[in-house]
Design a protein around this ligand. Structure first.
Ligand code: NAP
Length: 310
C-alpha cells in the first residue's frame, strides 16, 4: 500500500536539513528522503570559510556531522531512498523510489547539483583511474605526484590549493585568460610555488590505457597542441542540477535548474525548491540554508494556512 505523507523533503544537504528543522518546529508531518549520507556537498568540501557564525577554516565534514546530529536530535524520519519518479496527480504528488511508492500533499525539492563532466572521450572509463571530480575525496591517492585541475572558478582554485599541499606539482588549466574565482583564492594560489596556471588552454584528449598518464592540450589562441604528463586530472568546471526526476512535472530553466518565486514556489503551489537545484544568483551554503527555511515556511502556509512562529 502507498504511504501517505503531508510533506516530502527530497534531499539531505544543507537546504534540505534547514527545511526539515523548520518543518519540525512547525509540527508538520514530513519525511526527509536522502539515499546517501546527510550533508550533501559538504561531504565533498574541505573547509567552510564563508558561512555566518562559523570560524574560518571550519572543517566541512564537522558541519555535515552537526547536520546529521540535528536530524537525530529532532527525531526527523529519514527515508534512505532515491526518488526516481515524481508525478503530479491533481492536488497530490506520487513519489516512486526503487523500493516504495508514496502519495504526498506537498514537496520541497533540495536535490542539489552534481559535478559537470568535461566531455572528453574515455572520461568515464578513466574516472577512478586518474580522473576525479573531488580533490578532498581522491587527492590522497596522488601524494607527491603530478596532477592537473581543469576550470577557472572557485571550485577549481580551491581544488588546486588543496592538491598543492599533497602533490609535487599542480597545473591549473583554464580555457580563458583570466580566472573567475574570487580574488582572495587567486592570491592564495599565486603563493604556491608548485602550482602552474596554464591559461587559454583546453583538454583535447585523455591519455593512458588502464589509467591516466597524461592529457593532450591545446592553446586556443595559438592553436599549438602539446601533451602534459599527469598522474591525475581533477575536473572542476561547475555543476549540473540533480533535477532529472522532476523534469516532466516541474518547470526548469534551459540548464535544468528549477525556477521558483521568492517564496521558493515552483510552477505548482504545493511544490517548492531550495539550494543548488534551484535557479539562483548566489550558490552558497548560506543561501541554500535560508532557501530551505523559506521553503518550509511556504509549505507550512500551504498545508496549515498560517504563519510559523519560528
Ligand atoms: P563556476 O563558477 O561555474 O566555474 C566553472 C569554471 O569552469 C569556469 O571558469 C568555466 O570557464 C569553466 N568551464 C565550464 N565548462 C568548461 C568546460 N567544458 N571545459 C573547460 N572549462 C569549463 O563553477 P564552480 O567553480 O564549481 O562554482 C560553482 C558555484 O559555487 C559558484 O557560484 C561559486 O561561487 C560557488 N563556490 C563558492 C566557493 C567559495 O565561495 N569558497 C567555493 C566553491 C564554489 P569560463 O570561466 O570560461 O566560463
Amino acid at each position: 500500500m502507498k504511504k501517505t505523507i503531508d510533506l516530502a523533503i527530497i534531499g539531505g544537504g544543507i537546504a534540505g536539513v534547514s527545511a526539515a528543522i523548520y518543518a519540525k518546529r512547525a509540527g508538520l508531518n514530513f519525511c526527509l528522503f536522502e539515499p546517501k549520507a546527510i550533508g550533501g556537498q559538504l561531504l565533498l568540501m574541505e573547509t567552510v570559510d564563508n558561512y555566518t557564525g562559523i570560524s574560518l577554516g571550519t572543517k566541512a565534514i564537522n558541519l555535515a556531522t552537526q547536520l546529521e546530529d540535528t536530524i537525530k536530535e529532532l527525531q526527523i524520519e529519514v527515508i534512505p531512498e532515491e526518488i526516481s519518479k515524481f508525478e503530479i496527480s491533481g492536488k497530490q504528488i506520487n513519489l516512486t523510489t526503487s523500493e516504495n511508492s508514496f502519495v504526498v500533499n506537498a514537496a520541497i525539492i533540495t536535490t542539489g547539483a552534481s559535478f559537470k563532466k568535461l566531455g572528453a572521450s574515455r572520461e568515464e572509463e578513466l574516472t577512478g583511474r586518474g580522473v576525479s571530480y573531488c580533490a578532498i575525496c581522491d587527492g590522497f591517492f596522488f601524494k607527491n605526484k603530478t596532477v592537473a585541475v581543469v576550470g577557472g572558478g572557485n571550485s577549481a582554485v580551491e581544488e588546486a590549493l588543496y592538491l598543492s599541499n599533497i602533490c609535487s606539482k599542480v597545473y591549473l588549466i583554464h580555457r580563458r585568460k583570466e580566472l573567475r574565482a574570487i580574488e582572495y583564492l587567486q592570491k592564495e594560489l599565486l603563493r604556491k610555488s608548485n602550482v602552474e596556471i596554464i591559461f587559454d588552454t583546453v583538454i583535447e584528449e585523455l591519455k593512458g590505457a588502464d589509467c591516466l598518464t597524461g592529457a593532450g592540450i591545446k592553446n586556443t589562441i595559438t592553436g599549438v597542441s602539446g601533451t602534459l604528463s599527469l598522474n591525475g586530472l581533477f575536473v572542476a568546471i561547475g555543476v549540473n542540477p540533480n533535477t532529472q526526476a522532476f523534469k516532466d512535472a516541474i518547470s526548469l530553466d534551459e540548464s535544468g535548474f528549477i525556477t521558483t518565486d521568492e517564496e521558493m514556489k515552483t510552477n505548482h503551489n504545493f511544490v517548492w525548491a531550495a539550494g543548488d537545484c534551484r535557479k539562483r544568483p548566489l550558490r552558497q551554503l548560506v543561501t541554500a540554508s535560508s532557501e530551505g527555511a523559506i521553503s518550509a515556511v511556504s509549505a507550512y502556509k500551504y498545508l496549515k494556512g498560517g504563519y510559523i512562529s519560528a
